[in-house]
Write a protein that binds this ligand. Sequence first.
Ligand SMILES: *[C@@H]1O[C@H](CO)[C@@H](O)[C@H](O)[C@H]1NC(C)=O
Ligand SMILES: *[C@@H]1O[C@H](CO)[C@@H](O)[C@H](O)[C@H]1NC(C)=O
Ligand SMILES: *[C@@H]1O[C@H](CO)[C@@H](O)[C@H](O)[C@H]1NC(C)=O
Length: 426
Amino acid sequence: MNPRSAMLPRLDVGFLILSSVLLVQGSTTSSPKKSPAAPASPPARPPSPVGDLTWALGLRLYQAIRSEPSSVNMVFSPLLVASSLGALGGGSAGTTASQVQDLLKTPSSSKAGAKIGNLLSAALKSFTDANGTTFHLHTSSAVFSKQAPPVSKAFVKDSQDKFRLQHQPMGKGDAKADLKQLYAWAKAGLGGLDGAPVEGEIKAKAGALILANALRFKGLWEREFSQESTDRRTFLGKKYTKVVMMHRAGLYRFHEDMENMVQVLEVPLWGDKASLVLLLPFHVENLDRVEKLLNPERLSKWLEKTGVTSVAISLPRANISSTLSLQKPLSALGLTDAWDQKVADFSGVSGKSKGKLHLGGVFHWASLELAAEAGKGAAVEENIQKPKLFYADHPFIIFVRDNATGALLLMGAVDHVEGEPLHDEL
Ligand SMILES: *[C@@H]1O[C@H](CO)[C@@H](O)[C@H](O)[C@H]1NC(C)=O
Ligand SMILES: *[C@@H]1O[C@H](CO)[C@@H](O)[C@H](O)[C@H]1NC(C)=O
Ligand SMILES: *[C@@H]1O[C@H](CO)[C@@H](O)[C@H](O)[C@H]1NC(C)=O
């Protein structure tokens, strides 16, 4: 007899015993008091970060950016970076193409190309479709070309349709004029917000392609932080500042990793189309220690372990903005040939032979607003008991993930919150 089939009956018995235990537990724990907010069945969870290319790229890029000592307060969209690189990768060939593919590949999926493109395109659509209900979003992506041969119409159409990446010819002027054009573009992309200037110079040589993303995001909570429950408190960041803190107690998915001394909180945005995930060290410290813990596996584990808990949340009202030049971090992750005029092969962009085009820069403007407002809907009553405290008066890490696809829409570090500086009183 096949040993496997011999085991089956025993498994069945085990299953029966297990289900009867559950029945007994169910009847003894049902309390006469009904909690109105307890969901009948837990809602389906979005796909895990493990195996998702936006998380894989986002976390690696995050570490590379944060290894620069100057990185204070930063936010970026792994989904936008991945999509724009995906578009450019589609117009490249040879080692230039394989380096882009390696960057976008997740350890568990070796299939590159069309499949990755479709995944990113679907996630982008899911993201932009939730604009106006789950969050307020402004976003633009463009590839600028400087004194380049005409860009292939097929490339422009494909990258616009699939990845919302537009083509913009750069003016004939000098570096200063290029910068002016980029800033004006970024301001429009941010819905009228002035982005911070790019660090260092931009020297676009003839034949340079410059990739740019702009994104401004303001989430609308599923349940609002009321205006009455705000006050002024101290934020213990790089500098100590007086800031406006928002407070709310409710039922949230929450986990405390006692070993690593990190709190994990997931706060849904309106309509559950996306959520904010916050990582807060137990004690006041800079983010170095927690950042070293970040990888897709640990984040998946943390998110799996979150359970619906009474939590009293205190969050600063803040705008977190950054302008990032991604050439160094992307090079550190293995994207090297694209920048080299001699070896870069973007023949699919120009429709001509290699050596005519190269990547001259990748710039990323992003801004995330933490505010009190929720989306439109009836307030729910919640049965809160002995809430855990999630008191974010010190640096924390933020993720925004799309519910339907699981994609990482945004990731950021809050090292500091702008406010009136606190002086030593003695
Ligand atoms: C959230 O995602 C899960 C899993 O993909 C899905 O089953 C659920 O319906 C989604 N919720 C909403 C409100 O879209
Ligand atoms: C989101 O909606 C606002 C208001 O309707 C609009 O101004 C903005 O361009 C939209 N964003 C995107 C990415 O479509
Ligand atoms: C964040 O920026 C928005 C838009 O510019 C502004 O209305 C809001 O007051 C700012 N919030 C804080 C805390 O500075």
